[in-house]
Design a protein around this ligand. Structure first.
Ligand SMILES: [Zn+2]
Length: 403
């Protein structure tokens, strides 16, 4: 007997925060759900960017093998920076494989699903998609989205006065996604159903201080209301699952507050290493060195040593610096960064080209962390330590013909 499996992605939800909401009874319905499942903290991938981490989830591979390292990329085919899409991905996803095996899939809003792919079912792509008309497979399905006022991604607040509008949009976007999912769950055939909620990530970036309670302000109540709504949505989604359906709820990275942004290209300039084509950084913390092997090794060692000493008013900024060979095992291709810089919590690594200061203030209050993503599942997850190992278990369950 094959089992159906439902996956709910809650972007950027930290294990610790979620656990605290359960303990303090702020999410009583999720608390009940967890009693029937396994719950643990897992790691993201390096660098902990949503596009990269969800691609690792979907392909079961690390960046070197799937070829996605960040929101932006730079190479000789494009002048300047470009935004990679599914066309640039080098590995098959769980929905590609299941479709090939004749299983039915529904994939809604999962990061890095643009342009939408021809799956055996329905796909609605993510925030990378500029227009709703181009967001769906099959193409005509977009009409269904348009009719219900579906929001691909909420627009970031442009000012302090704009924040109430932003919060209302978060509620609306999450509600419509849930309603659409419940309808599809009941009225379409599926073996694998994957809904992604992006609104958590958006809330945490702009309201992290209110989320942690560090700041008691006019938004604290809104944040409580948001968690209450999320609790209700998760509950009603799971209530609508057909009997004996497995489920997994997971996030792709953790979150922490921002002390300062760190402009790595400015730092490279001040240390006289920067070159626009030969030695530069891309957000977050990716450093590219294009030079012959021996020189590259020397530069990597020098940069690592200096970065580990970098301080912001007496505080160490960089926790570790990884070389490509340490974290990017897999295909031996000349793509991807040569080093990835891992900051201490609070230091958000950026790569602005025009900034004269190394440490700058952020418009955001929250940033991603590598540690402290979460995983809840009806599957045995004891041996899973990071996001790239989850989908293979789900696929096994869906494709298990030995019953
Ligand atoms: Zn994310």
């Amino acid at each position: 007997m094959n089992k159906k499996h439902f996956v709910l992605g809650i972007d950027g939800m930290p294990f610790d925060l979620f656990n605290e909401k359960l303990i303090s009874n702020k999410m009583p319905k999720c608390k009940k759900i967890i009693e029937k499942a396994n719950f643990k903290a897992i790691d993201s991938v390096m660098p902990p960017v949503s596009s990269v981490a969800w691609t690792s989830y979907a392909t079961g591979k690390y960046p070197k093998e799937h070829g996605i390292y960040g929101f932006t990329e730079k190479d000789s085919r494009h002048s300047g920076l470009y935004i990679p899409t599914t066309v640039d991905r080098k590995a098959e996803t769980i929905w590609n494989r299941l479709s090939r095996k004749g299983k039915k899939v529904v994939v809604l809003n999962v990061p890095f699903t643009y342009p939408p792919e021809a799956v055996n079912g329905i796909m609605v792509s993510c925030f990378l998609c500029p227009k709703i008309e181009n967001a769906t497979y099959p193409k005509a399905f977009y009409q269904n989205l348009a009719e219900r006022g579906y929001i691909i991604d909420v627009e970031a607040p442009s000012s302090e006065e704009d924040k109430p509008r932003f919060i209302e949009d978060l509620f609306t976007a999450m509600k419509i996604r849930t309603e659409l999912s419940i309808e599809l769950m009941e009225h379409t055939k599926w073996d694998y159903f994957h809904l992604h909620i992006m609104e958590t990530d958006r809330l945490f970036h702009f309201f992290w201080d209110s989320v942690t309670g560090e700041k008691e302000d006019e938004y604290s109540k809104e944040v409580d209301r948001f968690f209450e709504a999320l609790d209700n949505h998760v509950d009603s989604l799971l209530r609508h699952l057909p009997p004996d359906t497995g489920f997994t709820i997971l996030s792709d990275h953790g979150f922490c507050g921002i002390q300062h942004e760190v402009q790595l290209n400015t730092w490279l300039k001040k240390e006289a290493y920067f070159h626009p084509d030969k030695l530069y950084s891309l957000t977050p913390g990716r450093i590219y060195i294009h030079s012959e092997a021996k020189e590259k090794e020397i530069l990597k060692q020098q940069l690592k040593e200096k970065l580990l000493k970098l301080e912001d008013s007496g505080h160490k900024v960089i926790q570790n610096v990884f070389f490509e060979e340490e974290i990017f095992q897999g295909m031996q291709e000349e793509t991807g960064p040569n080093m990835v810089v891992h900051p201490f919590n609070g230091y958000d690594l950026k790569s602005n080209m025009r900034e004269s200061n190394i440490f700058t203030d952020s418009l955001l209050t929250g940033m991603h962390t590598f540690e402290n993503a979460m995983l809840i599942s009806t599957l045995d997850i004891t041996d899973i330590s990071d996001i790239s190992r989850v989908a293979e278990k789900i696929e096994e369950e869906i494709c298990d013909d030995h019953f």
